[in-house]
Design a protein around this ligand. Structure first.
Ligand code: ATP
Length: 411
């Protein structure tokens, strides 16, 4: 049957644009979803703009899948508005919402060929046969599936199967795509390849994608913007650079980055012109703007955030600890130091440096950005303003992350 679909000429590919109309935005506005007394999503407002790849990121159980299912119409909100493009869709049947969902399980029909699998949604919509064949051919070409059109799913690799599932979603030319951990069944190398392919496809087709993952590396590498959820509450919605460089609160700070940011409780100390936070194992000097920021708030204690790359080995440094674990990555080493009191901090050093030995006493200096968070609510302390940063949607009520949670979280 391959002959029905190939060869595909450039003119055929060009003749059928894969995005039927302009891609649509998808939005939740003040949406709460409760199961019984327990809210899975609380007053959530976010929008994947038309043509945007927005990633929903958060730990297991934070409400990511529920948010997608609300957009798809598989769940009804307890309160709030669901919008696709200009249309409020709260009362629109899921079949009429014109969005495609792609899951981690491919759910292909095993007895049908790749071509028939891709074609399936068009058949059930009674799309005329000529148009069907052209669409299948165009989508297959676009996803490099043309040579595989005659195979059965069992004869494909995991990545190829996921591409077929994607093709089956694209062929419908929906207004937006909702993807729930679509790559999590793939092995690590394939996942990296598929990430790149998805991003490329997104750029080429200009489709709207709301993409769910718990993997912060995936979120950082794929998302144009990232919405970080915790316990059903939006913590921050911003670009990957902004959430890394200016996390809205201690939760986001600890969740983004690998090894994660070191989070230390500090007591503020002023000694003449010197101002520092006394932390386990030593102290961290605070700049004048940071000093002003904490003094404006009348704080005596802070939560200090230091990324592993902000620390460097230095005999003149101000924090000491014992090397507890060394991870040699090749181009760099991740060194875990055990501080007085037992907390671990991670230090990132160059791979060319001599391999650290466990049990060694070392001193480190904090040279990079020092992040400060309010010890009461975990909210970022912004330099130069006692207000919330304008760009941030971080919740003032966001729960504080445990301050001794400096464990290495592998993505
Ligand atoms: P994961 O990454 O583990 O899939 P998630 O972030 O997608 O998690 P959801 O599946 O959206 O989380 O679930 C959010 C919360 O709502 C969880 O506490 C979950 O137990 C609860 N929940 C989800 N679906 C239901 C349901 N049908 N009935 C009752 N509780 C539910």
């Amino acid at each position: 049957m391959t002959g029905d679909y190939t060869p595909v000429t450039d003119s055929v590919v060009a003749a059928i644009p894969l995005v039927r109309d302009a891609a649509s935005s998808v939005a939740l506005e003040g949406v709460t979803k409760s199961y019984g007394a327990v809210p899975a999503i609380r007053d959530l407002t976010l929008e994947a703009r038309a043509g945007e790849l927005l990633v929903l990121l958060g730990p297991s159980g934070c409400g990511k899948t529920t948010a997608l299912r609300l957009v798809a119409g598989l769940e009804d909100p307890t309160s709030g508005t669901v919008r696709i493009g200009d249309q409020v869709v709260n009362d629109v049947d899921p079949r009429d919402r014109d969005v495609a969902m792609v899951f981690q399980s491919y759910a292909l029909y095993p007895h049908l060929s790749v071509a028939r699998n891709i074609e399936f949604p068009l058949r059930s919509r009674q799309v005329p046969v000529a148009e069907r064949r052209q669409l299948v051919a165009t989508v297959a070409e676009s996803l490099r599936l043309t040579p595989l059109l005659d195979r059965k799913p069992a004869q494909l690799s995991g990545g190829q199967r996921q591409r077929v599932a994607l093709a089956r979603a694209i062929v419908r030319r929906p207004r937006a795509f909702l993807m729930d951990e679509p790559l999590s069944n793939l092995d690590a190398q394939l996942r990296v390849e598929m990430r790149a392919e998805l991003v490329e496809l997104h750029t080429r087709l200009g489709i709207t994608i709301l993409y769910v993952t718990h993997d912060q590396v995936e979120a950082m590498t794929m998302g144009q913007r990232i919405a970080i959820l915790n316990d059903g509450v939006l913590q921050q919605l911003d670009t990957p650079e902004a959430v890394y460089e200016r996390p809205a609160n201690a939760f986001v700070a600890g969740f983004i980055g690998s090894p994660s940011m070191n989070i230390l409780r500090g007591r503020l100390v002023a000694q003449g012109d010197n101002f520092y936070a006394a932390v386990p194992g030593g102290r961290v000097a605070l700049s004048l703007p940071l000093r002003r920021a904490v003094e404006e708030r009348g704080l005596e204690k802070v939560v200090v955030g230091l990324r592993p790359e902000a620390l460097s080995l230095d005999p003149q440094g101000t924090i000491t600890g014992v090397v507890s674990l060394v991870e040699m990555i090749g181009h760099e080493q991740h060194v875990a130091l055990r501080l007085v009191g037992g907390q671990l901090v991670w230090v990132r050093i160059g791979g060319e440096a001599a391999r650290m030995r466990t049990g060694e006493d070392v001193t480190v200096a904090a040279r990079g950005t020092v992040h400060l968070f309010d010890p009461e609510n975990g909210v970022r302390i912004e330099v130069g303003s006692a207000e919330e940063p304008e760009h941030s949607t971080g919740s003032a009520n966001a729960p504080e992350r445990s301050t001794d949670n400096a464990e290495h979280s592998d993505p």
